[in-house]
Design a protein around this ligand. Structure first.
Ligand code: ARG
Length: 466
């Protein structure tokens, strides 16, 4: 019925049931109730300071809102779909509890700036949690890297064995990706934490509002500069979903490697039991379902980003109801990214690495062929010719069923007479890895530097939290 609705004055009939069901948002935006109430209390306090509300009304509103929140926390609250959204459910209940003073809360405010602030508060809390979880994931990667400084595995290009790298180096490559994600989230947070309250419907308000004090009271850093932009801007939603999409993309790459590494043909890791499942028919199976699902769920976040970007495309100023779609897009990103970050950290912490298998794979892949080419080039053969000679040596070793380092000096000299006895030192995998000390290379000193940089950064992040 129209008279139930806060906007019912100019309507003689209520919406059709299908319209009400199509337009309501309380079924999902009730997730914002704490943030909506916090913002309403800040608004009421500001109206009180400005003399717009009496001291008694202000106190009654703030206390009444505390009660509404308690009812919602306990589950006693009866949500009314006909009241459309979280904002009107809260306000209607407030008025039930405290009477007419509740009807004064909305003075100088519109749902357009109200929802903007409530949602920004919600997004800020979520993004701060993602950020914390992403730091934790960097921490696990760094710890596991520190344990495996002296273990090597094949590095791949085109997923073909290329050159040996240290396991620490490989794991740290992911730590650097997630560290950039943390930086992106921090940067985005600066634009989330801007209060739009005071913009009212779109044009500002004739009431003597004080938007800066509202922002301060809810813990935000800044206020909007333009009321029309304030109520229609959803860049903060797009940016944060993009951050989640990039995190999921990084996670999906790591998942793909874990899936490959757990395959017996690689056998580089044993999956922790808590992060794998069996098959109902094949008793030998231990499937990497968590990693597979994480890889698969990445698409949901890309979907949310596409939905949100498309929702914004071509929207005229200022508020349009399309914007209500921002919430479920963000929730989808959140419901996917937040548990994925935690599960990946848990899975990595318990993962058993198998350096023996990794070392064997280096040998099987002729990962020292580049070393032989470099060895010959250092002895005067032009690099292109050295490359060809090393290629012939690989073909010969393959036909003999052994590694380059297992060929006799005569066998190697038959291919290129410049080879001498010191070639075996050059063909040593560990030595090849140790020689790669260029900036950010896989050599032990370079990896040690990365570990120090990462540990330093992690301790700065820990100090922030404290
Ligand atoms: N539920 C709406 C949303 O999420 C709240 C704002 C509605 N404003 C309006 N003028 N209809 O965007």
């Amino acid at each position: 019925m129209a008279e139930n609705r806060s906007w019912g004055g100019r309507f003689s009939g209520g919406p059709r049931a299908a319209t009400a069901a199509y337009t309501e948002s309380q079924s999902f935006d009730r997730a914002l109730y704490r943030h909506d109430i916090r913002a309403s209390q800040a608004h009421a306090a500001m109206l009180g300071r400005r003399g717009v509300l009496s001291h008694e009304d202000t106190a009654a509103i703030i206390a009444g809102l505390d009660r509404v929140r308690e009812e919602m926390d306990s589950g006693a609250f009866v949500w009314k779909p006909e009241l459309e959204d979280v904002h009107m459910n809260v306000e209607a209940r407030l008025t039930d509890i405290i009477g007419d003073a509740g009807k004064k809360l909305h003075t100088g405010r519109s749902r357009n700036d109200q929802v903007g602030l409530a949602f920004r508060l919600y997004v800020a809390d979520s993004v701060a949690a993602w950020r914390k979880n992403t730091v934790s994931l960097c921490d696990v990667l760094t710890q596991r890297a520190a344990e495996h400084k002296n273990d090597m595995l094949p590095g791949y290009t085109h997923l073909q064995p290329a050159q040996p790298v240290s396991l620490a180096h490989h794991l740290l490559a992911y730590a650097w990706m997630f560290r950039r994600d943390v930086q992106r989230l921090t940067d985005a947070l600066g634009r989330v934490r801007v209060s739009p309250l005071g913009a009212a419907a779109l044009a500002g308000s004739p009431w003597p509002l004080d938007p800066e004090s509202v922002a301060r009271e809810v813990g935000f850093d800044a206020v909007y500069a333009n009321s029309m932009d304030a109520v229609s801007d959803r860049d903060f939603v797009l940016e944060t979903i993009f951050c989640a999409a990039t995190i999921m993309m990084h996670l999906s790459r790591l998942c793909e490697e874990i899936i490959l590494w757990a395959n017996p043909a690689f056998g580089f890791v044993r999956l922790p039991d808590g992060y794998a499942t069996g098959s109902s028919i094949m008793p030998q199976k231990k499937n990497p379902d968590v990693a597979e699902l994480m890889r698969g769920k990445t698409g949901r976040v890309y979907g949310a980003l596409t939905a949100a970007l498309t929702m914004m495309k071509g929207l005229p100023l200022a508020y349009n109801r399309d914007l209500q779609e921002d919430k479920e897009a963000f929730f989808e990103a959140e419901a996917t990214a937040a548990p994925s970050l935690c599960l990946m950290a848990g899975m990595l912490a318990e993962m058993e690495f198998r350096p023996d298998r990794m070392r064997e794979a280096c040998k099987a892949g002729f990962l020292n062929a580049t070393e032989l080419a470099d060895y010959l080039a250092a002895r005067g053969l032009p690099f292109r010719d050295a490359h060809r000679a090393a290629g012939r040596a690989v073909a010969r070793a393959e036909s003999l069923g052994k590694g380059l380092e297992d060929m006799s000096l005569e066998e190697l000299q038959a291919i290129e007479p410049r080879v001498a006895a010191d070639v075996y030192a050059a063909l040593d995998y560990a030595a090849s890895l140790r020689r790669r000390e260029t900036t950010g290379g896989t050599g032990p000193r370079s990896v040690e530097r990365q570990l120090e940089q990462m540990e330093q950064w992690l301790s700065e992040r820990a100090a922030e939290q404290a």
